[in-house]
Design a binder for this molecule. Structure first.
Ligand code: NAD
Length: 268
């Protein structure tokens, strides 16, 4: 067990995290485990979720189930939720985190690539919510948290597929919140700022933007920090803290919200 203070606010609950093989999803799975939840970690990359699940059990003593699952494949998602209910007994929490970024100017971007971004980020969220909600309705309780983005509230230049998918995610979140409010299921979203130390930025976005703008990676990094009123990047812990709050009973009167976790960058 790590030396960190353990609250275990979610003791015994069962959580599914999508896109849990790396990055924010992996951090969320571990944090849910630290709070005492049993965790199903799903991703298209099985090796990633196998490592994350093993770490959840080793460090926090919870049950953990690694699942190879593509959120855009309805039959696969239905089977994954079925396995969770069978092996863990129930499903209390869905963290819909799986997401991709497909940047590019509107004049150049391939329609298939644009559509793929909508398919993973928006349709994938809908498919996971559909099957999680079926299990939750049966129990009469549950919590869904979508990992959205500040690009779900404000347009993003040369990143229209991503922003459109995330704006749609907020519409879906609010609609599900209304549909399920009387059934004991809360649905919220978290809108993080830029996780500049994460793999997505380090491996994909920094090199792309540096080349596009003729800048060094450090210059691009500074440009993004400058846009944040608090003058620092968003961390995985910042997002995990907000997600755990929205999963816990401390937020039992909160539904249909999209909470900005972005150092003041977006204020609506
Ligand atoms: N990184 C940021 O700065 C940032 C900012 C705001 C919001 N977000 C959101 O946070 C979430 C996680 O982002 P990240 O930075 O950790 O990205 P990441 O690329 O590091 O991780 C995404 C994970 O999702 C998995 N995945 C991709 N397609 C999938 C599919 N079809 N089915 C199942 N899993 C799939 C990938 O294999 C990967 O493990 C995304 O929804 C993203 O939009 C990220």
């Amino acid at each position: 067990m790590s030396g960190q203070k353990v609250c275990r606010r979610l003791e015994g609950r069962v959580a599914l995290v999508t896109g849990a093989g790396r990055g924010l999803g992996a951090a969320l799975a571990l944090r849910l485990a630290q709070e005492g939840a049993h965790v199903a970690a799903a991703d298209i990359m099985l090796d990633g979720v196998e490592k994350v699940a093993a770490e959840c059990t080793e460090r926090y003593g919870v049950k953990a189930l690694p699942l190879k699952c593509d959120v855009t494949d309805e039959a696969g998602v239905e089977a994954a939720v079925g396995r969770i209910v069978e092996e863990m007994g129930r499903l209390d929490i869905l963290v819909a985190n799986a997401g991709i970024v497909v940047p590019g100017p509107i004049t150049d971007i391939e329609v298939d690539q644009w559509r793929k971004c909508i398919e993973v980020n928006l349709v994938g969220y809908m498919i996971c919510a559909k099957h999680a909600v079926r299990a939750m309705l049966w129990q009469g309780s549950g919590v869904i948290v979508q990992i959205n983005s500040k690009s779900g509230k404000r347009g993003s230049s040369k990143n229209s597929a991503y922003a459109a998918s995330k704006f749609g995610g907020i519409g879906l979140t609010q609609s599900l919140a209304l549909e399920l409010a009387e059934r004991g299921i809360r649905v919220n979203a978290v809108c993080p700022g830029n996780l500049l130390s994460g793999k997505l930025w380090q491996e994909q976005l920094f090199p792309q933007y540096a080349e596009r703008w003729g800048m060094t990676v450090e210059e691009v990094r500074q440009k993004y920090i400058e846009q944040v009123p608090m003058k620092r990047e968003c961390t995985e812990k910042d997002v995990c803290d907000a997600v755990i709050f929205l999963c816990s009973d401390e937020s039992s009167y909160i539904t249909g919200q999209a909470l900005n976790v972005d150092g003041g960058q977006t204020m609506h």
